[in-house]
Design a protein around this ligand. Structure first.
Ligand SMILES: [Zn+2]
Ligand SMILES: [Zn+2]
Length: 191
C-alpha cells in the first residue's frame, strides 16, 4: 500500500493527459492535484501552489470530445496596500471542446485541437487559460485595508503611526506654500 494520496501525482503533465481508450464505454472521470503548476503550465499570473482539478470527459458531436469540470487553486500574494502575505483562492467551472485541428477556428473560445487518432487529451491548455482568466489582478488582505503610511511606511492595520495627517486639502496646500516661502521663518534658521 502506498502512503501517497491517490489524487497526488509525481508528474502533473502525465495526470493531466487523459487516455481516451475507454471513452466509448462511457464518460471518463478524474480528480487530481498539481502541486507545482508553474512547472507544468509555464508562466502564470500568480505563484499558484496547488491546483485541484476534477474533469469529466465524454464524446461530443462528430470527432469532438468535451472535457469539463472544476478547478481550485491557491497562491500567496502580497496585499497591494499593506504588502502583507495574503492568501488568494481561485475556484472555477470550466468547459473545453476538443476538435480535429482542421475544425478549430483561431480565437474561438474554449475550443482546443485534438489530433485525429490521438489516444489522449491534454488538459494543460484549458487549465492554463482558466488560471489566467480567474486570477485576481488586485489583491487586498481585506476590503478596508488601510495600507502603509506614505511617510514612514508603517503598516496602518497594526497601529496608527505618529505622522501628521497628509490630506489633499486646500488648507494644507496653503500651509505648504508658507513653509516654502523664502521670506518666512524656516527651520534651522537661528536669528
Ligand atoms: Zn493589506
Ligand atoms: Zn507614518
Amino acid at each position: 500500500m502506498s502512503p501517497r494520496r491517490a489524487s497526488a501525482s509525481p508528474d502533473p503533465a502525465e495526470s493531466a493527459r487523459i487516455g481516451l481508450a475507454g471513452l466509448d464505454a462511457g464518460p471518463i472521470e478524474r480528480a487530481f492535484r498539481v502541486e507545482a503548476p508553474g512547472e507544468w503550465l509555464g508562466a502564470l499570473p500568480l505563484p499558484f501552489e496547488d491546483v485541484d482539478i476534477e474533469v469529466e470527459v465524454r464524446r461530443a458531436d462528430g470527432a469532438a470530445v468535451r472535457a469539463r469540470g472544476t478547478l481550485g487553486a491557491r497562491a500567496m500574494v502580497e496585499c497591494r496596500r499593506c504588502l502583507e502575505p495574503t492568501r488568494v483562492r481561485v475556484r472555477a467551472k470550466w468547459d473545453a471542446l476538443y476538435r480535429p485541428p482542421d475544425r478549430v477556428t483561431p480565437g474561438e473560445e474554449g475550443v482546443w485541437a485534438l489530433e485525429a487518432g490521438s489516444g489522449e487529451l491534454d488538459l494543460a491548455g484549458p487549465i492554463r487559460e482558466e488560471l489566467w482568466v480567474h486570477a485576481p489582478t488586485w489583491v487586498e488582505c481585506s476590503r478596508d485595508c488601510p495600507g502603509l503610511c506614505p511617510a514612514c511606511g508603517a503598516g496602518l492595520a497594526e497601529k496608527a503611526c505618529r505622522c501628521p495627517p497628509r490630506e489633499p486639502d486646500a488648507r494644507w496646500a496653503a500651509l505648504e506654500g508658507l513653509r516654502e516661502d523664502p521670506a518666512g521663518a524656516s527651520e534651522g534658521e537661528i536669528p
